[in-house]
Design a protein around this ligand. Structure first.
Ligand SMILES: [Zn+2]
Length: 274
């Protein structure tokens, strides 16, 4: 079965050492942090395609990060763009991202210090809807930060209700570690959850399967968070869950292919295009 990893990271050669050393002592990278390193990990794990999530952490780097993402956006590693909430020209950035053929943007409310309820940003979410860009956001606990978090399931549900047209992907099963509130506020809403970093260290498999079933496999995306989580191990874990072949197809590639606008018919069609 084809596998698309919807949540990975890799970095340009010039910043890769810095990106890896920033998390030292908390996370052990499973690749060397480069695009080639990610591809090597995919081969080892049996993953056909990955989506690398770019992130602008300093508004001054917005154009550079998005240009790099656009250049690197080809099989087997596709990219999102990224928007910083303090970007002085956010509309220009979003237009650039859409015109470059990137299908979505990544946001991280902890690194980027913002909340979805901030009205100053509402125009930008409307612009994403107009351009057809999906929004992937980090959600919940992050090992590099301390609570209180800038997102939680209740506020994410309210954000979805305010912008129902926006295609929202909530990383880490809706909100990392905040599973009670994920079940209370988010289950069944038409928003995607990815499975990045959702490992047996953080959730019991029975609970994970319950959340997947109640939310609906048509809105769950396989993801790892490589290099911060090992692709092969995470794939083995998700494969070990008692899911039906139909659920697996949706989670491992069909939902991702739809969001990334890749041909849905057969894996071969996708390979040809790639
Ligand atoms: Zn991540």
């Amino acid at each position: 079965m084809m596998v698309i990893d919807f949540h990975t990271h890799c970095y340009p050669q010039k910043v890769v050492a810095k990106a890896l050393s920033a998390v030292q002592g908390r996370l052990k990278p499973a690749t060397d942090g480069t695009r080639d390193g990610l591809i090597a990990s995919m081969h080892e794990a049996g993953i056909d395609y990955s989506l690398a999530l770019a992130l602008v952490t300093n508004p001054a780097n917005s154009l550079g990060v998005n240009r790099w993402a656009a250049e690197q956006n080809h099989a087997p590693v596709f990219f999102t763009g990224s928007l910083h909430p303090d970007d002085p020209m956010p509309e220009t950035t979003l237009d650039f991202i859409a015109k470059s053929g990137l299908k979505g943007i990544k946001l991280h409310p902890e690194y980027q210090q913002f909340e979805f309820r901030e009205e100053r940003l509402f125009l930008l979410w409307e612009r994403c809807c107009e351009l057809g860009l999906f929004v992937v956001t980090h959600a919940g606990y992050d090992i590099m930060f301390q609570p209180p978090w800038h997102t939680d399931p209740e506020r994410l549900a309210a954000f979805h209700r305010r912008f129902p047209e926006l295609q929202l992907v909530l990383a880490h099963l809706g909100s990392m570690t905040l599973w009670d509130d994920v079940e209370k506020y988010l289950l069944g809403l038409p928003v995607y959850f990815d499975l990045a970093f959702v490992t047996p260290d953080y959730i019991e498999p029975e609970r994970l399967v319950r959340i997947i079933r109640r939310h609906g496999a048509e809105r769950i995306l396989f993801g790892t968070d490589s290099p911060w989580c090992d692709q092969k191990k995470q794939l083995e874990f998700i494969r070990s869950l008692p899911l039906t072949p139909q659920e697996q197809e949706l989670i491992f590639w069909k939902n991702a292919a739809k969001l990334l606008d890749l041909p849905l018919s057969t894996p071969q069609a996708l390979r040809r295009r790639a």
